[in-house]
Ligand binder design. Structure first.
Ligand code: APR
Length: 307
């Protein structure tokens, strides 16, 4: 198993570290455009192996030869948000970067699957799918797992109950119009609406929507990476272990939920073939309207792309 991570910045390096430490691959290849950074970070990581107890190699490079025949590629290359920027503000610059990266990835690993993490997420996933020419089930994006993790964390803080007992799903595009599904939020099976007041739930939903921005405000010079990398690695594990996990991921829609020709966060079954199934679950009219609004926003941003 070889996992290549493109972009050796905060998210990419942390993904590589988690993949190595969780023994998910026997080779992790970290690629970046900046000379020395992937080499230095990868060697530093590899030198932690005797202490952390993993056997996989960690290789850092500026070229794509070493990524050849990857089982899975994670793309994190690009610019991160600064305070005051929306994810869409990154669109054109990151689209150029994703285009160049994807051409190289597809050339050296024509059979691979790609998980996109770069923002604006749904749009960059579209760029990777188009440029690679891969079937859409092999190109998908990480957003819903992170948004759901934030939502569950905030609910856990509110309730004083373990995050492990909170089940939830956040769908839609990875923007401030994402769709936390209240109708599917429960605490060990108990509907969350029995345990948290409407006002508090509204506030938690709002905090979830702005969860990325909250971290950007604190950090000032970059965006979140601990939770984003953990979310990405949950998806990496699902694919490499053919685990058939049911996770919210950015997937290409061809009529599901009445949506077509766009990426949006929906419940999917993730396994060795990537997105193996999209589950068209029922939701309330209000949730469905929100999903459409969010997906249409992604579609408009795709239409405005200059690639
Ligand atoms: N090829 C390879 N790497 C590149 C390229 C390229 N063409 N262009 C930029 N990079 C690298 C940068 O050199 C940098 O090391 O991408 C890395 C990005 O790292 P950070 O700036 O630390 O950003 P990070 O916090 O990791 O976020 C990366 O993930 O969550 C999203 O919004 C976030 O789009 C952003 C991405």
């Amino acid at each position: 198993m070889k996992v290549s991570v493109i972009g050796a910045g905060h998210v990419g390096a942390t993904v590589a570290q988690r993949v190595a430490e969780k023994h998910l691959a026997n080779e992790v290849v970290l690629v970046d455009i900046v000379d020395g950074v992937p080499q230095g970070k990868a060697l530093d990581m590899w030198e932690s192996a005797p202490i952390e107890g993993f056997d996989g190699k960690v290789i850092g490079t500026n070229s794509y030869e070493e990524t050849a025949d990857s089982s899975l590629v994670v793309i994190t290359a690009g610019l991160a948000r600064k305070p005051g920027m929306s994810r869409d503000d990154l669109r054109d610059k990151n689209a150029e970067i994703i285009k160049g990266v994807t051409e190289q990835v597809a050339k050296f690993s024509p059979q691979t699957k790609i998980i996109v993490v770069t923002n604006p997420l749904d749009v960059m996933t579209y760029v990777a799918m188009k440029v690679s020419g891969f079937e859409p089930n092999r190109v998908f994006g990480q957003a819903g797992v992170l948004d759901t993790a934030r939502y569950r964390t905030f609910l856990s803080m509110e309730l004083g109950i373990s995050v492990r007992d909170i089940q939830a799903m956040v769908l839609g595009g990875h923007g401030d119009d994402m769709v936390p599904l209240l109708s599917y939020t429960s605490v060990s099976g108990i509907p969350v609406t029995q345990l948290v007041s409407k006002d508090r739930l509204d506030a938690i939903v709002q905090r979830t929507r702005q969860g990325g921005g909250e971290i950007v405000k604190y950090l000032k010079t970059g965006s979140a990476y601990y939770a984003p990398s953990a979310a990405t690695v949950e998806m990496v594990e699902a694919v490499l272990h053919d685990a058939k996990r049911l996770l919210p991921c950015a997937a290409w829609l061809s009529g599901e939920f009445g949506l077509k020709d766009t990426y949006a966060g929906v419940p999917v079954v993730l396994g060795k073939n990537g997105v193996e199934k999209i589950l068209e679950i029922e939701m309330t009219d209000a949730e469905m309207a929100m999903l459409h609004e969010s997906a249409n926003h992604v579609k408009e941003t795709i239409a405005a792309l200059k690639i």
